[in-house]
Write a protein that binds this ligand. Structure first.
Ligand SMILES: [Zn+2]
Length: 355
């Protein structure tokens, strides 16, 4: 089978809701000279072999040697420029922002996902210590801003790991983010994921933590329509769309970059009156994308798809919070980490790819 067919198959297998939400996660395959990576913001489950963006690996090398400007915006502009120079004329769209990280691992296939089961651990206060016990061969990285900074941190950590173990890690856990799985054979990727998910399932079961989120009964259509009208008024936007579910216990802070990109860090947890929405906007600088009160939780967005995604990420965040109880309780992202994502052009590009 051709390399691109294999990575497409893997992208579909690990593009289900168990592993990623929205345009989250990314996959790649490489030869010595070329890296093919998922375009930014596209969904793994829909990828075709011709979608992958090809990058010249020798040109990506310039990125690791470059002297990065201290200013975050200038640094990201430099990275974007050097990455664009490495893009070969095939595929479409912008390469995933994590392309250099994929390039930095020697293994042929890399499948990066954000499973709730994994993030229960990566977002847990005792996740790091538990990870050492549950996955002694793995590499753990404390939270680093995604993109260039993360790539450089991973390069260093992988080099240190290699000096200790004589090989590169197959599993890399990123705090408040997800996991990278790397192997030369597709079946090895599958085996690693099965081992990973089984170990975590056992860990949760051993602590009587359910992997299912308790959700109250779905609100009736009249209640949802009334809430939608209230939101349209408060937002001063008659076209805003909502997606509804029964109530559940929401997280109270930012969980991972993807939760921020598709649902923002904070939710409005009261009736969306004009005053409540105005106060929320004043405090956070944006309109809520998740509203929960009384009998319902709502995703809010300019299109049905975006409203659904906001609700989906809030639900996923709630599961992560529940699972993190098995790892000492949830550790939310810091303000600095959150603000980096909120101001990052790359991420607004990514959320903009969902129509
Ligand atoms: Zn990720």
């Amino acid at each position: 089978m051709e390399l691109l067919d294999v990575i497409t198959e893997l992208s579909h297998e690990f593009g289900t809701a168990e592993y990623v939400r929205g345009g989250g996660g990314n996959t790649s395959v490489k030869t010595d000279s070329t890296l093919w990576v998922k375009p930014s913001g596209t969904t793994l489950a829909d990828l075709k072999p011709s979608d992958f963006v090809a990058l010249d690996r020798s040109k990506l090398g310039a990125l690791y040697r470059a002297e990065p400007p201290a200013d975050a915006a200038e640094r990201e502009a430099m990275v974007k420029e050097l990455m664009a120079q490495a893009v070969l004329p095939s595929g479409s769209g912008r390469p995933s922002v994590e392309a250099p990280l994929h390039d930095s691992l020697s293994a042929r296939y890399v499948v990066h996902t954000h499973p709730a089961l994994v993030n229960g651990m990566t977002c847990g206060k005792e996740g790091k210590a538990a990870c050492r016990r549950c996955f002694p061969q793995s590499l753990w990285l404390d939270y680093v801003d995604p993109g260039y900074t993360l790539c450089m941190a991973v390069r260093k950590a992988v080099a240190d790991y290699k000096a200790d173990f004589g090989r590169e890690p197959a599993l890399i856990f990123l705090k408040n983010h997800g996991v990278f799985v790397a192997a030369d054979e597709a079946d090895e990727i599958r085996k690693l994921y099965i081992g990973l998910m089984t170990t975590l399932q056992r860990h949760y079961a051993g602590r009587s933590i359910s992997c299912k989120l308790p959700v109250g009964p779905a609100p009736d259509a009249t209640e949802v329509a009334a809430a939608r009208e209230m939101i349209r008024q408060a937002f001063e936007d008659p076209t805003v769309r909502v997606a509804a579910s029964g109530p559940f216990e929401l997280p109270q802070g930012p969980i991972s970059p993807d939760h921020l990109v598709y649902a923002k860090s904070f939710y409005l947890t009261e009736k969306p009156t004009v005053e409540a929405v105005a106060t929320f906007r004043e405090k956070h600088g944006y309109l809520p994308q998740v509203v929960a009160f009384g009998p319902m939780a709502l995703g809010v967005g300019p299109t049905p798809k975006k409203a659904e995604l906001a609700l989906e990420l809030a639900t996923d965040g709630a599961i992560v919070k529940q699972l993190a109880e098995a790892f000492g309780g949830i550790d939310y992202m810091t303000d600095a980490a959150r603000e980096f994502i909120e101001n990052w052009e790359v991420e607004s590009y990514r959320s903009g790819q969902i129509k």
